[in-house]
Ligand binder design. Structure first.
Ligand code: ADP
Length: 259
């Protein structure tokens, strides 16, 4: 059964003559415990889809449901904090003036004090940073900071986790290692997640399914659940999305599309 469903969703930025429909007729589903990667060039609308799921952008058509609860309809949206969705972004967004412990504890303000302490310890053990509990973010490497961000995102037991280019600021080796570690953590804890990336290898390594996005639309799926796709399979799909110069684009401009 689907945990998350997006049905024919449109998102429009601006209004009047400047209204631009950057997400168009977007439908997808996510099963409980599944990791779906949204893959596409920069500018194709991936972050906007995540922001709509998180409740930061209103939708102008369609609907978004989580566990059969309506999250967003045109003209109506549940507040982000009422959605119980965890998020992790590229720029870590850790609070620089708070220790690792307090960063992870941040989302647990309504928990019983002792339970929150236990949960923080459990989360730091999960990401292998228990010995760094008293450090500040600037005393950690980029990869360690991202692991703290992950611990903080999953501490409040979100129903769904959204990761937006979470590893992009890291060097290639760290990025690849951390991506695999995070996938293991998600799977061991049966967490459901949507991960946005423009790296084909990352999508291939992490996704149970890959949703290819192109110019605001979902163009096709690659399903890894029965048989893991190879880099060659991915390159074949990329061939379907070449630009006028015959290349897979780095950037996918969305033409002004009146809504
Ligand atoms: P991606 O995550 O795939 O790089 P985004 O969802 O960030 O793409 O952006 C999709 C399109 O929407 C881009 O053309 C971008 O310039 C535009 N866009 C993003 N945020 C806003 C905004 N707040 N106002 C207007 N246009 C925006």
């Amino acid at each position: 059964m689907s945990l998350l469903t997006l049905e024919n969703v449109d998102v429009v930025y601006g209004n009047g003559k400047l209204a631009n429909r950057v997400v168009h007729d977007f439908s997808m589903d996510l099963e409980a415990g599944e990791v779906v990667c949204l893959l596409g060039p920069s500018g194709c609308g991936k972050t906007t889809v995540l922001r709509a799921i998180a409740g930061f952008e209103p939708i102008t058509a369609g609907r978004i449901l989580l566990d059969d609860q309506v999250l967003s309809l045109p003209g109506k949206m549940l507040a982000p904090e009422a959605r119980h969705i965890g998020m992790m972004f590229q720029d870590y967004a850790l609070f620089p003036h708070l220790t690792v412990e307090k960063n992870v504890r941040f989302g647990l303000h309504d928990w019983d004090k002792n339970k929150a302490t236990e949960r923080v310890e459990e989360m730091l053990e999960l990401v292998g940073l228990e010995q760094f509990i008293k450090r500040y973010p600037h005393e950690l490497s980029g990869g360690q900071q991202q692991r703290v961000a992950l611990a903080r995102a999953i501490a409040p037991q979100p129903r769904l986790l959204l990761l937006d280019e979470a590893f992009s600021n890291l060097d290639v080796d760290t990025r690849e290692r951390l991506a695999m570690e995070v996938r293991d953590i998600l799977k061991q804890n049966k967490l459901s997640a949507i991960l946005v990336t423009h790296h084909q290898s990352e999508a291939l390594a992490m996704g149970d399914r890959i949703a290819w996005m192109h110019c605001g639309r979902l163009s096709r799926w690659t399903d890894n659940r029965q048989k893991q796709a190879t880099l060659e399979d991915i390159q074949k799909v990329a061939q379907e999305h070449l630009n006028n110069e015959g290349k897979y684009p780095d950037y996918c401009p969305i033409e002004l599309q009146s809504a």
